[in-house]
Ligand binder design. Structure first.
Ligand SMILES: *Cc1c(COP(=O)(O)O)cnc(C)c1O
Length: 495
């Protein structure tokens, strides 16, 4: 498969779209006689469309290129040739196979303009620009099945009547987190929106000044609070907030105590914050619910991966939080969604709220989340199957072996590279400051700088994204799937 890709990638760089020649007729007067003869040699579109390269070609199948896209590409390639002849840049019409191949490459390039697969060599596991978590095979398959066929989305097969779309996912969530009830929406931002609107609209929400953060491109706590029809009451200071600050601010209008995990930044030095447990005691005494936006959320112990700062969902509920929300595609390693767990009283209110209908997750997400959660009941299996967990749990020795494997493949295909130790990060606005020791392959291609190589790899048909550090281009093997090693090696030999 990557063979076809390679032929294609090597050619595409020297091919430019060029301008369409709309005014060929106007220019006709000044075209010299031999140009006219050349122009007559250009094959006709209909004839080219019968060329075998345009009817039976691996690239066409691989990229799922439609017939009308090939026709467009052929027209544009021919128009480029015409223009080159008229402007005197060429004195030869390429043969039909050459034109056909160029058209296929152009159509393939155009078919990849939207979302496409990339290889992540940055070592950032939850790279938000690269789609955050990669789902497990099982989760991806479940989403595919849900998309491709009818399903029991809202149907109870045994009873033969309407059923709940999320009863299964909710049962898993309750069991895994110890929650009384749960709910799934589109993302964690939507979760917070639904929680606050349903619980605290028209009242005051108390938040520590140290937690008034902006996360993940536009999720700003103060703005979300006012969007929900609540009034923000900031308590304490940026670095220190104590229980007495909440006590002083709490009053008749207070409808919620909100705690936000400061996912993407870390205060070092003198700081103090109030635990969920302490907030819960205060909340209980005043009849005010405690809400925690836990951000990434861990549903298994993350300490063994060296992650000490991510709060555990089960613990937060145990400590007394009434409602906890987190993302599905951060450390959980599932599809993009927002998960709400906690007290049945509040969750039931949310389920009845009109916003829930607008924010609820779709069938592919529910299917994928179900498959992701199911494997969590066996942590060892989860580490094998869920890419985020495999990447987090990979040991230094395993990573070194993988780097050696990639190095060997690169050398076998005639490329040059070396191995260096490096640091990977969790990313996705989680676990700031965490650095996981890893290994990277540093390819070198004669005549190319690290920047040049970075660009070259990024411009491949299946782009490889690396990271430059101290003048070297690093491909961190922690985030590169082994299935892609052969392709990476082949690109290196072509570079
Ligand atoms: C990431 C994050 C969000 C936003 O979650 P999305 O799933 O991206 O909507 C909200 N709050 C916290 C604390 C986060 O870490």
């Amino acid at each position: 498969m990557w063979n076809a890709w390679m032929t294609f990638s090597c050619e595409r760089n020297d091919f430019t779209l060029g301008l369409k020649m709309h005014n060929a007729i106007d220019l006709g007067v000044i075209i010299m006689q031999n140009n006219e003869n050349l122009l007559r040699e250009i094959p006709h579109v209909d004839k080219l469309m019968k060329n075998e390269l345009l009817t039976d070609n691996e690239i066409i199948k691989e990229f799922n290129i439609y017939r009308h896209e090939i026709t467009d590409a052929v027209r544009d390639v021919l128009s480029d040739i015409r223009e080159a002849i008229i402007s005197g840049k060429t004195e030869k019409v390429p043969d039909e196979n050459e034109i056909a191949q160029k058209a296929v490459n152009l159509a393939a390039e155009r078919s990849q303009k939207g979302i496409q697969k990339v290889i992540n060599g940055t070592g950032c596991i939850l790279h938000s620009n690269l789609g955050r978590a990669c789902m497990s095979q099982a989760a991806a398959k479940a989403a595919y099945e849900a998309a491709r066929s009818y399903s029991t989305l809202e149907y109870d097969v045994l009873a033969g009547e309407r059923g709940s779309r999320t009863f299964c996912v909710e049962a898993y969530l309750n069991e895994l987190t110890g929650a009384e009830a749960s709910l799934v929406v589109n993302n964690n931002a939507a979760a917070v929106l639904l929680i606050l609107t349903s619980i605290a609209s028209g009242g005051n929400v108390l938040v520590s000044r140290g937690e008034l953060v902006e996360i993940g491109g536009g999720f700003r706590v103060p703005e979300i609070i006012s969007q929900c029809g609540c009034t923000l009451r900031a308590v304490g200071t940026t670095n220190k907030t104590r229980l007495k600050d909440y006590k002083k601010a709490i009053g008749k209008k207070t409808k919620a105590l909100l705690k936000v995990h400061t996912s993407n930044f870390k205060i070092v030095g003198f700081s103090e914050s109030v635990s969920v447990g302490q907030l819960a005691i205060l909340g209980r005494s005043q009849g005010v619910p405690v809400i925690e936006d836990i951000g990434s959320g861990a549903i298994i112990d993350m300490q063994k991966y060296g992650i000490h700062s991510e709060p555990c969902v089960r613990q937060s509920l145990k400590d007394g939080a009434d409602i906890v929300s987190f993302s599905g595609d951060k450390l959980l390693g599932g599809p993009q969604c927002g998960i709400i767990v906690g007290s049945k009283k509040y969750v039931d209110e949310m389920k009845k709220h009109p916003l829930y209908r607008a924010l609820r997750a779709d069938k592919m997400t529910i299917a994928a989340l179900e498959a992701t959660l199911r494997v969590y009941f066996d942590v060892k299996a989860a580490e094998r199957e869920i890419p985020v967990l495999s990447m987090l749990s990979a040991t230094k020795e395993e990573l070194k072996e993988r780097a050696e494997k990639l190095l060997e493949l690169i050398r076998e295909s005639g490329g040059k590279a070396e191995i260096v130790s490096c640091k990977s990060v969790a990313g996705g606005g989680s676990v700031p400051g965490l650095e996981l020791p890893s290994y990277a392959v540093v390819p070198s291609v004669q005549g190319r700088s690290a920047e040049g190589l970075e660009k070259f790899l990024r411009e491949q048909q299946l782009p490889i994204i690396g990271r430059i550090e101290e003048g070297k281009l690093l491909l961190d093997v922690r985030t590169i799937f082994e299935d892609d090693f052969e392709y990476v090696a082949a690109v290196m030999s072509a570079g």
